[in-house]
Write a protein of this length. Sequence first.
Length: 381
Amino acid sequence: MKIRQMIVLILWSAVAMAQVLPKNPLAGREVLEKQGCLNCHAVNGTGGTVAPDFGKQVFIGDEYDLLSKMWNHSEQMLAVMSRTRTERPQFNGTDFRELSNFLYFVRYLGQPGNSSVGKELFVSKNCVECHSVGMPVSGKIPLDSMKVFKSPVKLAQEMWNHAVAMERRRISKKVSLPVFSDNEFADLAEYLRQASSLKTEERIYSYPGDPTRGLKLFKEKGCEYCHVQKNIGPRLDETNTNQSVMKIAGIMWDHSEKMLNAARQMKKPFPLFTDNQMADVISYLYFSSTPKTTGSAEAGARLFKDDGCSNCHFAGNKLKAPTVGQLAVYRDKDEFLAALWNHVSQMEEILVARGKKLPKLLPNDIKSLYLFVNENATGEH
């Protein structure tokens, strides 16, 4: 193997092993629109009705899982596109990565809050013991200013930053701190917005969070020390944060009391958040829990033969299909996945002419093919 090729392969291996966090998880929405996906699919009711709604049939896999789903229902897609005269989408690596991140992120956005449920929570969670909303009550802290925040994450951040004061009030009032689950943070936030007496047209809308900034904050705020390096708090790799933003906010809040005690014991300050920092951290926690697909180059070699890839991609073939050795090393998996998808229509034409169908591929099959190709590729871009 050439020296240059070895260097590229080493660099590729390092990238393949690293976790790549998106800076803007919503960027993939533009890919959906640009590629015409919304002509058939919808996102929470916005878009076409021919194919499944991405907001209801939630995608919770990685890029390999996404390509597996697209690949395995390619035949149905082709039939619908032919009927609706829609062009088959073609992707580059960036497009495919952003699309995968966005579809994975849809679940994170969660559901809107219910004001009537929030009103009940305001009482049952003991918020009413210390706070008022709608009209001032002597000795209670008004929460009407929360109306400007369209994002329930802001409510979670405000509560978090006042955890120390809330703990003191809890002790003096002899009540327990509230515990949240499911969509309760969103319900409570919606009630505060509806019940508020504040007269304003100002709205501060949801900010999706920047997972890359969230990782940096996770380290700077000392979260990594307790949740990764030491066993002081729940292990991050053993905690399911593949849930909606409000469920993750609830998980964080529900262990704030234990964090307060741990911070006192270690004589460390309780971490506080400003601006959109909590949203950044929560978005990082969400993406850190992305399912990881396994695979091997050895399995890829077997699939390449058994699934018929070698029937076309051999030296001197009449179709002029490149051999694996003639391919260039892909810089990242998304380039490979996009190239594989873009190749599907040509493969289907050849297989149909031979009376065959596209073989089904699982996520680990696709990763194995990727590893096999990159280990054996010797061409150059």
